[in-house]
Design a binder for this molecule. Sequence first.
Ligand code: ZN
Length: 631
Amino acid sequence: MGKLEKLKLTEIHPEGWLKRQLQIQMNGLTGKLYDIWDSVGSYSGWLGGTGESWERAPYYLDGLVPLSYYLEDKEHWELCCRFIEWTLNSQQEDGNFGPKVTLHEPWSKFAMLKVLIQYEEITGDARVIPFAVNYLQYIADVSKKIKIREWSEARIPDLLYVAKWVYDRTKEKKILDLMRQIDQASFDWCDYLEQLPFPRPAAYYMNWKLYEDQVSRTALEDMAPYHATHIVNVAMGLKHPAVRNVYAGETEYYASVAEKGIGDLIRHHGVASGCLNGDEHLAGNNPSQGSELCSVVEYMFSLQALLESFGSTAYADQMERLAYNALPATITEDFMAHQYLQQANQIMADDTERPWFNNSKESNMFGLEPNFGCCTANMHQGWPKFVNSLWYKEDSNTVVSMCFAPNTLKTRIAGEETVIELCTEYPFRDTLSYQIQKAPKKAITVKIRVPNWCEDFTIACAGAEIVTDKAARMIVVTKAFQEGDQIEVRYPMEVTYSTWYHKSVAVERGPLVYGLNMKEKWVVKKEVAGVKDYCVYPESDWNYAIARDRGSVDVREAEISETPFSKEFAPVHLQVSAKKLAEWGLDGGNTMDLPPSPVKANVEEVKIDLIPFGCTKLRISQFPYYEAKED
Ligand SMILES: [Zn+2]
């Protein structure tokens, strides 16, 4: 479809279950973190204190700023403003800024600039754009004199995203020149995506244990394979083709680079939840390997950048896969505990030693900061930033409904105020109802994405001209709308099967992947700052193969509860025919390697209950399957 215009934060307002999810988040760790966790507390270097002075406060604010705005939460908004005021006042004459002890280190500034551009969209504060331009100039100058290394080198695409934002706003050619200069200092993720250099798990290329014994941590991190296989770097790097294209202007080429690279990464390291496995380096596609929470939210943000530059609905499909499966599954329903690593097949979440590449044995426990605190700081951006991917503009006359969740769009189309509410319980239900509350006098176009899992749909809008752009996967609705008009779309959700590692199958229905509904036992392991860390143990069987036959699946929809991704009140249940595989047992805290499918199982067929992946904390989501005909 081509380039899309990102809307300002103030133009899309969460409603319904999405707003409830945001409030749960604020009532949970996001709202409490400043008071209970010193990494982002009153001693933060980003408030002029002597505490953590690197990425943690910027990470935290990247989520807290939009969340406070959407919920009109004055107390947390004022907290954000204290960090932001300190930051804006910290800029030096050369353009550098931030806490003194980390002045030499650029990466955390890239993260803080992502905070500032969101703050600018909300407030229109005129200090932000010149502040950002000064810093871009500073990095362009510095990069000519010294080599930018490590995290900063790997994460330059995030600074280029900020530059793109400034350019979209100012249209100044000078910004394109700065982007070109700065990009020369970046690790080249475009090359990387064009020819994925690490199709195998990182352990194949790096012997971590040997390295760890022989060289210092700093020397280790300076080695090329370290940063190029680090899963958070990879997730951030996915936006490189989108931001490089802004000044290079070869849309077709960079769009194909992104498409090929992401396709290869999914093939070699992907699992059904949408995650790329990395624990914390690329880990192959075995569903017992782990995937870091930071990489889930950063992947989502990179998909936003790709949507802006290339407009392909495939990125929205992938965004929904992550937002509606991987993200809710790895944070507790009350948003008070999260995992560092989640697994697609996760039958125990505890401190048993697991074959992670280099993470600690606590990595898949639920808690305040299992393994390491980066995700504790960074997870907050996931839901609030997702709101911004619900709508885009194609031109001054055309809006695009890209990802689906209940919300109200308030923008100007054809120069006039327009208000459209999307009433829906998607992804749990299959209908979208667009209510036109205010519309321009002249005809406008509303484009609505057709998800990749949907072939037959229905659409109704009285008096409109409706066509389907099959190549772009868009429904195109054109009309001079009146207040009270509606667009009704139904995307019937059929049960389908996707194929993964060892030909395992995942059961999907619409944008949701389904996991085995296991009985879980939660045990408090320790308590830090009033926050509990838990181990979760299975109290029911998990070693099932399923029949890959959609006729045998019973779908039961239940009411959507106050907690949208609830296990106890799961909004959808699937009853699936299955057989127990006695020989598929435990291997430490994981399942034994998945038996290659189809499997033979001459035992009685039973029914098992599957619920949305996002509602599970223990689960099998990639099952072996048996041929229905064998007996
Ligand atoms: Zn992390």
